[in-house]
Design a protein around this ligand. Sequence first.
Ligand code: GTR
Length: 428
Amino acid sequence: MKRKSWIFIFIVIIFLLGGRIVPAQKVNFDESKVPAYELPDPLILENGEKVTTPGQWWQQRRPELLRLFEEDIYGKVPGHLQHMSFRVRSVNRQALEGQATRKQVTILFTGDDNGPMMDLLIYIPNKVEKPCPAFLGLNFYGNQSISKDTGIFVTRSWVRNNEAYGITENKATEISRGVRASRWPVKMILEQGYALATAYYGDIDPDYDDGFQNGVQPLFYKKGQHKPAPEEWGSIAAWAWGLSRALDYLEKDENIDAHRVAVMGHSRLGKTALWAAAEDQRFALAISNMSGCGGAALSRRRYGETVERINTSFPHWFCTNFKKYNDHEDSLPVDQHELIALIAPRPVYITAAIEDRWADPKGMFLAAKYATPVYRLLGKTGLPDHAAMIPGHPVMGTIGFHLRPGKHDVIDYDWQQFLIFANKFLKK
Ligand code: GTR
């Protein structure tokens, strides 16, 4: 073969591998090519009956929707912990130049100091009335990555390698202190009177496909079980469960008002924050930053990341049943507007970025809009009628939304909006 042909074959192979074998033409970024679709109505029961009263929502439709999301998308949590306990490992009342009290609490999932555990880092503003409201969110690289504060314990869990962060052999070191500080404006949050609590998502379930041998899933295996059943939890449901365990601790902390905790997450952890708020009604407010497919974006639009694509790249994120819908979005019994509806009547804030087409900004906006009838049924605004996707013009009903210029990331602008939104609902 000629040299040119070899180069051509090489380019084709790289292209296919880059797309993780899913043919590249399947990723659509052209609005005119979004297929026609019909969304399930959040206010029509599976038996076809219309939901017209809040009572019907709470007693019939909501449990039905929750079950569908559990069994077909995220997976059910198979049980409860019997012996979980908390260890307050360190308290510093003069952290961040005296601005905050820093607590580090280890949540021992089985009560055993050598068993699986999650480290919770909490900053509590010193100069405000207690108990105070809080933001709770998982982080991607360990608690030490959110701030340069040298008092933070460096995670000992498996971490994704990242040379720029000094992480090799899946171990975090001192070098990774503060590498993600731009995503966690701790001072700004504290100044507004909120505590910030965060934990490393890999403490709950390391984010790679190992057939669920590590992470919390094995804690619940029945005799002879080696992996979750098709309707049992994947990693996102496990991370969401971990957020609820963090809230279990916050309920016990006298400085925190656990009735005013906002659960927040970015990207895969934005999907997680939405699911955590749907599953656990103790969360007072939810923030999904650029959560995209399997988060706030409508699956049926197949714009940017699709169900097939996400299940192929990340086979461990959702339950096995979700794979049935690869390239069969129209047969999904639910769509993601109904995930938002499950959070009603509690406030939820959804963000998108212009350059983050992968997460389908319009699909997230529409999901917010189509969740609104449930909020209205429950006497709340949902997304205001005048809402539009205008960059730099956040809208804030009970459902809030912003589209901002720029990339897939969490920046100060996003947090400024989260704080304005939270102030409307969580300030006394
Ligand atoms: C991407 C994935 C998205 C989003 C993102 C992230 O690779 O396709 O769904 O979750 O990762 O979490 O950063």
